[in-house]
Write a protein that binds this ligand. Structure first.
Ligand code: SF4
Ligand code: SF3
Length: 550
């Protein structure tokens, strides 16, 4: 069996993973099941969008579509059984909304994804094996490319919406947009112009969902300048990875006084910037670095590891029994912590019991890093920053947000950080920061040269900061700020962040280490012409260009 997936930056040959297994470790069977599952979500969306006209809205269905998309993001759910179960669950929800519509409207052009119904597991496996719902069903490469751009943006929305929903339990408008977007992607008759508009609209909803999550995360207190310990203590520990603060808080509550410490990994690092999370004295520090280095780090950690969201790397056998998944994450043979019951919390007792039998983590490094520069914190320093710009102490801001990844070429981002002149400030968010956040880059009048806002969704903070600086300097265009964007991308949340930045009017964005493989030459040239998007070259060349505003 073969597959076709081109959703992430590490896709084979920057064209598509098309053999028996993707670079990320996703098997062809799982990739095909994911395509089929998304196809059934499109079937639900077909009816849901039409039922909305008659006042229909069902949060359970909306959340199912949302979480389903999230499960298919890179490095989240690798478990074939999950997708088989979800396809059956999708059928039930689809029938419910279809029944609601019965007798209200005669529907035309019903797509196959809204009618196909498996009788049993075999039907699902056979249909998946045909590549149903996959990209190769679309002949025109520009249509395929734009549909992929929109769909990956929707996946980004689904992730941020899921996090925000766990805290706020609302979000109807954004849930409805997700289903609208999926329904549009199904259309055979959609034009290129309509697809471009859909991508822009997805960027608009990207801004909305990041603002929504920003407000939700304020529940944990606004980010504040914080020092994060990189060393280890003497107690056994639990390592928690991913982006979900609700899971982290519940874990911290349940480990209180247990003699077990908690460490953050990768994208969970920004928890240390939030007052309501950092107050726990047994939240000891951040262990290790970005997601792709997890194998070696987990081996040395010694204790159990909880993945609350992506990025999970298929675990090695020698530590697989210490890996736990929850939320949208899954992998065959690892323990899954079920969702919290209504009004209750997840039960992490099994992880805590295991931790008590484990040795403390082996120290990887020591010292501290500093972060917590979300928009409110940075704007509290606005006067100082504006003065520094006016006096020439700060010459330029460079946004280097996004993701990290395995490719050797990503050393470019380390080099850029090292080679940027000392009068520049790097604004960052997401796991891209691990390429330079431990370098001794110094400060400008007490302002650190790397300002970390938080997780990838906190790229929103960076946009808010830029737009506020634009106002403070009385500029009519954000692109007139002394600001350059040099974004690192890997998975689909970064695709959404890119669409959101384009929607907000940011131009001349550098995107690396490669431009997305899912962009056809035609669509890539539209992005270049219309928005000035460019690939990266060398650190020296790009630093020189950025310093002259190019
Ligand atoms: Fe390949 Fe990326 Fe898809 Fe994994 S997620 S199969 S690495 S394109
Ligand atoms: Fe990282 Fe996976 Fe994208 Fe949230 S954790 S930024 S890659």
């Amino acid at each position: 069996m073969t597959m076709f997936c081109h959703q992430c930056q590490e896709t084979a040959m920057n064209k598509g993973c098309s053999k028996k297994q993707g670079i990320c470790g996703k098997t062809a069977e799982v990739a095909n099941l994911q395509d089929l599952f998304i196809w059934t979500l499109k079937g639900i969306s077909f009816f849901a969008v039409r039922a909305q006209k008659y006042g229909w809205y069902d949060e359970k269905t909306a959340f199912f579509v949302d979480k389903g998309l999230f499960q298919t993001i890179t490095n989240a759910d690798f478990n074939r059984q999950d997708f088989i179960d979800e396809i059956f669950a999708a059928m039930k929800l689809r029938e419910r909304v279809k029944t609601f519509l019965d007798g209200k409207e005669v529907l035309s052009n019903i797509p196959e994804c809204a009618t196909w119904t498996p009788r049993n597991k075999q039907d699902i496996l056979e249909k998946a094996a045909t590549g149903a719902g996959g990209w190769m069903e679309i002949e025109n490469e520009d249509v395929r490319s734009l549909k992929a751009l929109a769909q990956y943006g929707l996946k980004g929305i689904s992730a941020y919406l899921e996090h925000g929903y766990q805290i706020r339990k609302q979000g109807k408008e954004i849930f409805e947009y997700l289903m609208y977007g999926l329904d549009q992607i199904v259309r055979d008759d959609i034009s290129i112009d309509e697809l471009v508009a859909l991508c822009m609209k997805t960027g608009e909803y990207g801004v909305k969902v990041m603002a929504y999550l920003d407000e939700a995360n304020a529940h944990y207190g606004d980010t504040e300048i914080s020092e994060v310990n990189l060393g280890v203590g003497n107690n056994p520990g639990i390592l928690i990875s991913g982006h979900d603060f609700v899971d982290l808080e519940e874990l911290l509550e349940q480990t209180k006084g247990s003699g077990v410490d908690v460490y953050t990994h990768s994208e969970m690092l920004p928890a240390h910037y939030r007052p309501r999370l950092k107050k726990y004295s047994h939240l000891v520090g951040n262990y290790g670095s970005s997601w792709w280095l997890q194998k070696e780090e987990i081996k040395k950690f010694n204790g159990p590891v909880l993945f609350t969201t992506n990025c999970l790397v298929p675990p090695d056998l020698d530590y697989k029994d210490r890996i736990f998944a929850t939320g949208a994450v899954g992998f065959e043979g690892i323990k899954y912590i079920p969702d919290r019951p209504e009004g209750g919390h997840k039960d992490f007792s099994e992880i805590i019991a295991m931790a008590k039998t484990c040795k403390p983590p082996i120290e990887l490094e020591n010292g501290k890093i500093i972060g917590g520069f979300g928009h409110k914190q940075v704007l509290a320093l606005a006067d100082k920053i504006i003065d520094a710009v006016k006096q020439g102490a700060i010459k330029r801001f460079v946004v280097m947000a996004g993701c990290d990844g395995r490719h050797k070429t990503r050393s470019y981002f380390t080099e850029v950080a090292e080679k940027l002149p000392k009068n520049t400030i790097i604004l960052t968010a997401g796991c891209a920061k691990y390429r330079y956040n431990k370098l001794p880059l110094g400060d400008i009048n007490g302002i650190p040269r790397v300002l970390d806002a938080g997780q990838c969704n906190d790229s929103y903070s960076l946009a808010v900061i830029a737009l506020e600086l634009q106002k403070a300097f009385g500029l009519d265009d954000v692109n007139k700020l002394p600001l350059s964007l040099d974004i690192a991308w890997y998975e689909q949340k970064a695709v959404l962040v890119l669409l959101a930045l384009l929607y907000l009017g940011f131009k001349n964005i550098r995107l690396g280490p490669t431009l997305p493989g899912f962009l056809s030459p035609g669509i890539a040239s539209v992005l270049v012409e219309k928005f000035g998007i460019k690939g990266i070259t060398t650190a020296d060349e790009d630093v020189a260009a950025m310093m002259t505003g190019k």
